[in-house]
Design a protein around this ligand. Structure first.
Ligand code: MTE
Ligand code: MOS
Length: 759
């Protein structure tokens, strides 16, 4: 049986559950004498740094060095896109920002040292909310615009127009492994930095910049991450650079590992959004036109906020055709952590607004919302608002109808109505929501990947590629692709830690495209090796190379065969090269910012979910009774891994939409800095029944092995939970309501107030 398409566990599953799998900070046991770093953090959200006095700290036993801006030999700058993130700031930009770092013989010494550093600050006015930032005109980007048709004219002459606004909360990544880096010398006395990073190449670049060294002198390795979710796409860079700086200054290995409170207070989160809209529709619920403004709270620096806003603009249409649409996005600057990538990368915020609009139109027309959804689906031949043809638009209806059947939607809706009629204090809600998600980095040049595959004389194989493993199963899929292409057993393939000295100039493992890009590069490398080996095997067996089959560790043609290991040994003797690189660049993607037109995505993935909730009218508390999902992953390379991604993505989306609530106090201090105050979804929030189906017959011809990306899209399926809650809230009203306002996140408290409003 082919290794591709087989339902196997994650390659490190056993290591994950037994604790054997090693993470960056576990490597500390190999570095005797490593110093520990602890930050001196700001107690104000916005301030001028007047002075730092480290004398008392450096006099303490066990304190080796207090690192400040004066120690930076290169550029004091960690910003990935714009140079607006000094590693050691002179202007404090958020509460909890690191000002200086103390290196100690022990963590305790470093911590005591940090407490002894005297920092003089002059407080400045802090801008903490999006509304304040808008009034003060503090922006991190220009307005980004996509325009299609003539929405202003249509809205001006339409008979049904509605308007409103909506605020959407952010989200903490809460990866189990907090940020970590360990810097040591390599054999040449140059920095080798282990980092829990999604983007080793950029981490290498920032380290080199801070140290004032060429990139070739810096090696960065990302062994595996204990979750990342976008939170380690850029945010790991500064901590790795800090460790490397400590190494360079003291000559000793340096370990940085944030504790949970620091990680939450210091690192960027999902962007909170604020939407304002005007919508025109007809009385059948047909969408006519929309003018939409999206604001994002980007925090203090740019980071990836512009690309994140663009992805929100690209996804505000959801699965629906808007004949006229103008959407303007702008990132606001506030004195908070620099908000960053988080699973979906702005797409979920955009799609959430889209569903909000659909629901408003349906209720304004007093029509069932699922009917209004289906009526407005994109059809084959439609273009999106940015002018990309929507290939496979019919899959929207396919996943929608399929989950409707599998989830028995129509019958259950009647049951819910019956339940609601007989229960004055508890109401159930049922919703079915389709999603689409565009796959590719919308910055076109990032869509490239490389691989380096080595076959040894005994037939065993090492695979290097540019992607990083964060639990999503990328290495598992790569192993399957390599094993299948070379025709060897899975355990003949060893995946090497991701390192910048193996594949250079890689992109972050992000935008869900890790397997699409790196999988294709690995396949190409394996194919060129197979071609060389087939040539030789053909000669040895006296057959045409094209007649050979590579499978199960053998190369065969009819009765004749060779072991793969024999063939590799023979190739070595015959001086045939047994290593190859592979390089893949996604063809045909482009986007023109000024005109807002292009084909930013190689393809789209689709899915649909039904959620059913039961809400208590006295408290707003609720339970998720059942979830049904049909999701499109093309031809799955690894069905078990894909199922894990769908379930995990959905639950993470559920957390964002229902229980996870970030609270900043009036001084800009993050009040929710741990699991005791920041409610994560746990087993109690999981649905009682959870059915996931991978859409059958879903071959994607333009991607490696006919597969589709899966990492982020399922996150959006949780929108069905929000819509189910809305349906339940509506059921508390006497008769139909023309609007159900529901706070986001829809915590029990938000649901309670939504019920009060409809009552
Ligand atoms: N799954 C796990 N277990 N851990 C993670 O950190 N990150 C998500 C998703 N699934 C993540 C995950 C995010 S944000 C992305 S972009 C993709 O995985 C990245 O990996 P891929 O491109 O290989 O799918
Ligand atoms: Mo994922 S947010 O693209 O790292």
């Amino acid at each position: 049986m082919s290794a591709v398409g087989r339902a196997i566990p994650h390659e490190s599953a056993e290591g994950h559950v037994t604790g054997e799998a090693r993470y960056t900070d576990d490597l500390l046991d190999r570095h005797a004498g490593a110093l520990h770093a602890w930050p001196v953090v700001s107690t104000l959200a916005h301030a001028e740094l007047i002075a730092i006095d480290a004398r008392a700290a450096e006099a303490l036993p066990g304190v080796v060095k207090v690192l400040t801006a004066a120690d930076v030999p290169g550029e004091n700058e960690a910003g990935p896109v714009r140079h607006d993130e000094p590693l050691f700031p002179s202007e404090i930009m958020f509460h909890g920002q690191p000002i200086a770092w103390v290196l100690g013989e022990t963590l305790d010494a470093a911590r005591r040292g940090a407490a002894a550093v005297v920092v003089e600050l002059r407080e400045l006015v802090a801008v903490l909310t999006m509304r304040e930032a808008l009034t003060a005109e503090r922006f991190s980007t220009d307005p980004l615009v996509i325009r299609h048709g003539d929405p202003e004219a249509v809205i001006a002459s339409a008979s049904h127009v509605l308007e409103g606004e909506l605020e959407i909360g952010g989200q903490e990544h809460f990866y189990l492994e907090t940020h970590a880096a360990l810097a040591c010398w390599d054999e040449a006395g140059l920095p080798l930095v282990h980092s829990s990073t999604q983007h080793p190449s950029e981490t290498q670049l920032i380290i080199a910049r801070v140290l004032g060294r060429p990139r070739s002198e810096v090696t960065c390795q990302s062994l595996r991450m204990g979750g990342a979710f976008g939170g380690k796409e850029t945010q790991a860079n500064g901590f790795a650079a800090l460790a490397a700086l400590g190494l360079q200054i003291t000559g000793r290995p340096v370990r940085v590992r944030l504790d949970r409170q620091h990680d939450m207070a210091m690192t960027g989160k999902r962007h909170p959004f604020w939407a304002r809209y005007r919508v025109a529709h007809d009385e059948q619920g047909q969408l006519l036109a929309c003018e939409l403004e999206l604001f994002a709270d980007g925090g203090y620096s740019l980071d990836l906020s512009k690309a994140i806003m663009f992805r929100a603009l690209f996804h505000c249409d959801g699965c629906y055709r808007w004949p006229n649409l103008r959407v303007v996005g702008r990132v606001l600057q506030t004195h908070k952590t620099s908000q960053t990538a988080f699973r979906g990368f702005g797409g979920p915020q955009g799609a959430l607004v889209g569903e909000e609009l659909l629901d408003r139109v349906a209720r304004a027309c007093a029509l069932p919302v699922e009917q209004v959804r289906a009526r407005n689906f994109y059809r084959a031949g439609d273009l999106t608002h940015y002018g990309q043809p929507l290939r496979d638009a019919e899959r929207i209806e396919r996943v929608f109808e399929r989950v409707r059947m599998r989830g028995d939607f129509d019958r259950r809706q009647a049951e819910v109505a019956e339940f609601n009629a007989t229960h004055p204090h508890e109401k159930r809600g049922l919703a079915i929501v389709p999603i689409k998600f565009g796959i590719s980095f919308t910055t076109a040049f990032l869509n490239q990947a490389g691989a380096l595959v080595l076959i040894y004389g005994d037939g065993s194989v090492q695979v290097n590629h540019g992607g990083t493993e964060m639990g999503q199963g990328l290495h598992t899929k790569i192993q399957q692709i390599a094993a299948d292409t070379l025709g060897v057993p899975l355990d003949a393939i060893r995946l090497m830690p991701t390192r910048t000295d193996k594949v250079p100039n890689t992109s972050a493992t992000a935008a869900s495209s890790g397997a699409d890009l790196n999988g294709a590069a690995v396949e190409l490398a394996c194919l060129s090796l197979r071609e060389r080996l087939a040539e030789l095997a053909g000669r040895l067996l006296g057959v045409e190379p094209s007649a050979l089959r590579f499978a199960e560790g053998r190369v065969e043609a009819g009765e004749r065969s060779l072991r793969f290991a024999e063939l590799a040994a023979r190739a070595h003797v015959e001086r045939i090269s047994l290593f190859a690189t592979g390089y893949y660049a996604t063809p045909g993607i482009h986007f023109d910012e000024p005109s807002g037109r292009g084909k930013p995505f190689h393809y789209f993935t689709f899915g649909a979910a039904i959620s059913e909730v039961e809400v208590d009218g006295f408290t707003g508390q609720y339970r998720l009774r059942r979830v049904d999902i049909v999701h499109d992953v093309g031809d799955s390379i690894s069905p078990l891994v894909d199922r894990g991604q769908i379930e995990g993505g959905f639950i993470q989306g559920l957390g964002w939409l229902t229980c996870e609530e970030l609270v900043w106090d009036a001084k800009g201090r993050l009040a929710t800095r741990g699991a005791s105050t920041y409610k994560l979804p746990s087993i109690g929030e999981c649905p009682d029944e959870f059915d996931v189906e991978l859409l059958p017959m879903a071959h994607e011809p333009t991607v490696v092995r006919g597969s589709k990306a899966v990492g982020e899209p399922p996150f959006l399926l949780a929108l069905s939970v929000r819509e189910a809650l809305r349906a339940a809230v509506a059921a508390f009203a006497q008769g139909p309501v023309s609007r159900v306002e529901l706070g986001c996140p829809s915590t029990a408290e938000a649901v309670y107030w939504a019920i009060e409003r409809v009552r």
